[in-house]
Design a protein around this ligand. Structure first.
Ligand code: ZN
Length: 307
C-alpha cells in the first residue's frame, strides 16, 4: 500500500502579487525537497481532477460559489480582503485543490492508496460556508470530509488541524455536524482571533500561546487530542497540514521543528491504524518559510509513507 502525492500545475498559476507569502514558490519548494530527499520515487503521483459543483456545495453556499466564480478577473487581481486576491487562474486552481482532496479520499477509501498528501494551493481552512478569507476560497478539507460522508457512507470522520492559525472556516462548515470531530491546536491570541469562545461539541480546539515548543505540543496531544480522537474512533482522518508553526516561519511565533511534524503525524497514524484502517488524507494549508516548509512537508510525508 502506497502513499499518494497529488497536485496540479494549475495550483501554481494562482498568485496574489510578488509581495504575497502564499506564493507558487511554496509548491516548488515542497517538490524540490521531496526530490532532494529521495522520497518522491516512493510516492504514487497523481494529477488532481476538478472538484464538481455538487462536491463543493456540500461545504459551501451555492450563491457564494457562484459569486466567487463571477468575480474572477480577466486580468490583474480582484481583492476579497486585503490578503485574499483572485487572479485569472484562481478559480481553476481552487477547483483542482478541492478536487485533489476528493480524489485522494476516493483512492484511500478504495484502498488504492494507504494514505495521501495533497500538495495544493490555494489553501482552504479559513474559507467558510459563504466567505473567502485568509488566502482561502474553497475549504478543501471540508469538501473532502463531506465527500467521505456522503459518497462513501462513512459515519465518523476526524479533522486534525495543526496550522498555526485556527481553522475557522472548517469550524464554520463542520460545527454541529456530529459525524465529524475536529481537533488540533493553534496560536492564540492570533489571526483569525477565533476558536476560544463557545464552540460546538464536535470542536475540540486547543489554543496555545506564542512560543509553544514541541514539548508542550506533546503534552497537549497526550492530554487532550489523542484521548478525544480515540473516544471518537474515526473511520478516517483528514489533516489540515499547515507548517507555519515552524520556528523559522515568520507568519507565526511558535517553535516547532521538523521532528515535531513527524511526531504528530506518527500519532495520528496510530489512531488511524487502530480505528480507521490507516486511512489518512492530508492537505497543505499554511507554511511560508520556503526552506522550513520543504523540510517539514518531507518529514510529514516520509512518516506517512513509513520510510
Ligand atoms: Zn496558517
Amino acid at each position: 500500500m502506497t502513499t499518494g502525492y497529488i497536485t496540479h500545475a494549475l495550483c501554481a498559476q494562482h498568485e496574489m502579487g510578488a509581495w504575497h507569502p502564499e506564493s507558487p514558490a511554496r509548491l516548488a519548494a515542497i517538490h524540490d525537497q521531496l526530490i532532494a530527499s529521495g522520497l518522491l520515487p516512493y510516492l504514487a503521483e497523481c494529477e488532481a481532477p476538478e472538484a464538481t459543483r455538487a462536491q463543493i456545495e456540500r461545504a459551501h453556499d451555492a450563491q457564494y460559489v457562484a459569486s466567487l466564480r463571477a468575480r474572477i478577473p480577466q486580468q490583474g487581481y480582484v481583492a476579497l480582503d486585503p490578503d485574499t486576491l483572485m487572479n485569472p487562474h484562481t478559480w481553476l486552481a481552487a477547483l483542482r485543490a478541492a478536487g485533489a482532496v476528493v480524489e485522494a479520499t476516493d483512492r484511500v477509501l478504495r484502498k488504492t492508496w494507504r494514505n495521501a498528501f495533497c500538495a495544493v494551493r490555494p489553501p482552504g481552512h479559513h474559507a467558510g460556508v459563504r466567505r473567502a478569507m485568509g488566502f482561502c476560497f474553497l475549504n478543501n478539507v471540508a469538501i473532502g470530509v463531506r465527500h467521505a460522508l456522503h459518497e462513501h457512507g462513512l459515519q465518523r470522520v476526524a479533522v486534525f488541524d495543526f496550522d498555526v492559525h485556527h481553522g475557522n472556516g472548517t469550524e464554520d462548515i463542520l460545527a454541529g455536524d456530529e459525524r465529524v470531530l475536529m481537533t488540533g491546536f493553534f496560536q492564540h491570541p492570533f489571526y483569525p482571533y477565533s476558536g476560544t469562545g463557545q464552540t460546538a461539541k464536535n470542536m475540540v480546539n486547543v489554543p496555545l500561546p506564542a512560543g509553544t515548543d514541541g514539548d508542550v505540543l506533546r503534552q497537549v496531544m497526550h492530554k487532550v487530542c489523542l484521548p478525544r480522537l480515540t473516544d471518537f474512533a474515526p473511520e478516517m482522518i483528514f489533516i489540515s497540514a499547515g507548517f507555519d508553526a515552524h520556528r523559522e516561519d515568520d507568519l507565526g511565533q511558535m517553535a516547532w521543528v521538523e521532528a515535531d511534524y513527524a511526531w504528530i503525524t506518527a500519532q495520528l497514524m496510530s489512531v488511524a491504524d487502530a480505528h480507521a484502517q490507516g486511512r489518512i488524507v492530508s492537505t497543505l494549508e499554511g507554511g511560508y518559510n520556503l526552506s522550513a516548509l520543504g523540510r517539514s512537508v518531507t518529514a510529514h510525508v516520509r512518516t506517512l509513507a513509513g520510510l
